[in-house]
Each structure stands twice: as structure tokens, then as C-alpha cells.
Design a protein. Structure first.
Length: 95
């Protein structure tokens, strides 16, 4: 599902125009991005938590020629699913 399909589904479910929903989705992504850039986590109760993790520098091998290279420290975005999503995954694995 892409952003357009998501906005269409939300618009149909809640009775808003697709343009309004697209504006809300755009604002949502901007706010989450801004908060993560500020080092804050974004928690949506029952759904999950977006967070920033620090990755330490490390040495890796180039897969083409096995040359060792140094990767610097970096920040990555993580998502930890909430209870609702965890339960959904368990059901699909058992079903």
C-alpha cells in the first residue's frame, strides 16, 4: 500500500475528502520526522513506537572484494510494534 492508497482508504473509512486526509498524512510524517530529528521518540499507544538509535562505528567487508572499510557512527530510525501489531503477527504465523 502506498500513500495514495492509504489516504483513499482512510478517506472512505472516516468520511473525509482524500485531499484532507493527504494533508493530515503529510503533517503526520513531518511531525514524526521533526520529533525524531530532535531526538524524541514518538509513541502511538497500541500501535508502536518510532525511535532513534545510535549505531557505533564498525569495520565491515565490501561484499565484492572483501576489502575492509570503516563505517562511522550513525543514527537509525527504529520501530517497535505495540501489542496490537505483535498479536496480529502471532495470529498470521499460527494461521
Amino acid at each position: 500500500m502506498n500513500k495514495t492508497e492509504l489516504s483513499f482508504s482512510i478517506a472512505n473509512r472516516v468520511g473525509l475528502t482524500q485531499a484532507n486526509v493527504e494533508n493530515v498524512l503529510e503533517a503526520f510524517t513531518e511531525i514524526v520526522t521533526d520529533r525524531l530529528a530532535d531526538g524524541e521518540k514518538v509513541q502511538l499507544f497500541g500501535f508502536g513506537t518510532f525511535d532513534i538509535k545510535e549505531k557505533a562505528p564498525r569495520i565491515v567487508a565490501n561484499p565484492q572484494n572483501q576489502t575492509k572499510i570503516q563505517l562511522g557512527a550513525r543514527r537509525i530510525v527504529t520501530f517497535k510494534p505495540g501489542k496490537m501489531l505483535k498479536e496480529l503477527t502471532k495470529e498470521s504465523q499460527n494461521g
